[in-house]
Design a protein around this ligand. Sequence first.
Ligand code: HEM
Length: 466
Amino acid sequence: MKSVQNTPPIPHYPKPVSSKISAFMTLFKKNRSWLNGLYEKSYTMKMGEVRLPTVTIYLPNEPDLIHRVLVSEAKDFPKNPILHDVLEPLLGESIFTTNGEVWRRQREMLTPSFEMVRISKVFDLMLDAANDMRQRLAAYDPTEYHDLDREMTFTTADIIFRTILSEKLTEEEGEKIVEAFITYQEESARLGMLKLFGIDGLVTRIRGDKKRQQSGETIRNTLAKIIKPRYEAALQDKPVPSHDILSSLLKVIDERTGKPFSFKEILDQIAMLFLAGHETTASSLTWTLYLLALHPNIQSEVHAEIDRVCTTEQLTAEQVKSLHLTTNVFNEALRLYPPVSFMPRIAAKTTVMRNKTIKPGDAVMVSPWLMHRNSRYWEDPHRFDPYRFDHPEKITKYTYFPFGLGPRICIGARFAMQEAPILLSTILKEYRLELKPSFIPDVAGRLTTRSLNGMPIRLIPRGDKR
Ligand code: HEM
């Protein structure tokens, strides 16, 4: 097995505080990222318990417990309604937050749409977006540091636009949507935290909730403008693009009513696919670039792999499949910075876990962030080492689940695992990455795991020795 450089820097993460009390205080004061509420023991505990005035939160942190919550007893641990409340202005009643029969129907409705738009069909659309990204990067000043988080967010949003709606994202729309998302994330993280502490009603009455509502509306309106004419054309059987996800959704007939889905239902699902499909991938790509910039020797190995594999002008699907190290670097970024750092559930019935009695209504939070960095299952867990994934058989089951597990597992995992190596190889084929000296990312766990102060990286054309 290869090893990383002799004294590799540990990628930054919010240092856990020493005790549960100070973690609680930090969380309450900062109320902007749940990662601020972690203390040292959080990383090795088997089952955490946090008693708040309004709710008790349990954090199962053992593979068998994770399997129970997400897989074998999933129906007894539905999605926590806080998630629905926080995301409702943006997503309405979408698959990401619904439960029970409504969720089952929506999952059935979406699954064929993903199968119809086979991954190979979207490959060319992803390549087109990657080529446009390449042109934007060529205009960057190689002597300056640029916030690559912005670029990743724009590019992944553009890919979702092209594959779901057959539209290119314009720079102007992109700016508007990215800004709206930043506001939405901020406001919803605050609201989620206030809800946990049971003071959301009071604070919202004083402060209002306008910013969150407005940013949700901005995004929905942008999507609605594109969907509306296609929805109306489909009702009148007029010709419309037929290869994207929207087109397959427009063809679905609701088994209960025998009718196509309403405009609002379609808009809810598209808004959700837009959020789930670009935020997560953007987050993981940004962290991948950070990790590579922090580890120049591994970056050189990735360069060598890309030079060896990507020998043609246009990338092919076969080449992407052969990018093993590049993919494992991405897997390791998903381990260290899982975009979905926690999965909030609620107990539907009384159950016992490690001698603790969980009652209906208690919150149960499963966290890839904690499990992926648990020293009982991962050697030197905070260290970046993509070679761990050379031997997947050595990874303990249910300790690595960036895409979730069980019935609610991510519908877009294959999509993301194709998109990531395409974009990474497009960037690294041409550039060496250099992180701004002494930059420390402000890691926050919100809807997704993001760096609040961006990701300033210099793109140095390869071969250029500056
Ligand atoms: C690196 C990229 C991605 C990561 C890490 C990721 C992660 C996840 C996770 C952890 C869940 C489960 C949440 C839970 O159980 O509470 C999820 C659900 C979901 N994801 Fe992804 N995702 C990614 C990309 C995508 C893409 C590209 C799409 C679509 C284009 C997508 C669509 C969805 C949908 C629809 C669900 C809800 C499934 C359900 O509840 O039945 N995701 N994702």
